[in-house]
Design a protein. Structure first.
Length: 156
């Protein structure tokens, strides 16, 4: 400390610095000062409409590098995810084919049952009588030989 405060310079009769016991009375309703109360901020309007940005020669290369990296990342992610998606879709298709197979087997059984009902001998006999059909006589039946000529003789 180069200099002492002013109240230490005053001395009393003993030679020691005296502290003043009397303090000025302070108004109890006065607020204390706020920090940085004396600082004034001034906002100045800045017009940058006439400024032209200088082109950055490295920015173009950085942009293309970022695009290339994004494309490479997209290709890698696609190649990783495509087999998983393909197997999932194949599973869905397999399940749909199994459901279709069950449905077709059920339809086949239903059609076989209907065919068996339509081809019963009693029903065929009833249909034949309705159309005035009779059983052939033994001389009217011609049996074809599978090992013989390809030419078939007609019997009248």
């Amino acid at each position: 400390m180069a200099t002492l405060p002013a109240f230490f310079r005053r001395t009393n009769e003993t030679g020691y610095p005296a502290l003043s016991p009397i303090k000025p009375e302070r108004d109890p309703f006065q607020l204390r000062a706020l920090p940085q109360e004396d600082v004034l901020f001034y906002c100045k309007r800045i017009d940058n409409s006439r400024l032209v940005r200088e082109p950055d020669p490295q920015a173009r290369g950085a942009c293309w590098s970022a695009i290339g990296a994004a494309c490479f990342l997209l290709v890698v992610l696609t190649s990783v995810l495509v087999p998983n998606v393909a197997s999932t879709l194949a599973g869905y298709k397999l399940q749909a084919l199994r459901v279709e197979e069950r449905q077709l087997l059920y339809e086949k059984r239903t059609l076989e049952l209907e065919e068996a009902e339509l081809l019963t001998p009693q029903r065929l006999e009833t249909l034949a009588q309705g159309q005035n059909l009779v059983a052939p006589f033994p001389g009217q039946v011609v049996r074809l030989n599978a090992k013989g000529d390809s030419a078939v003789a007609m019997v009248k």
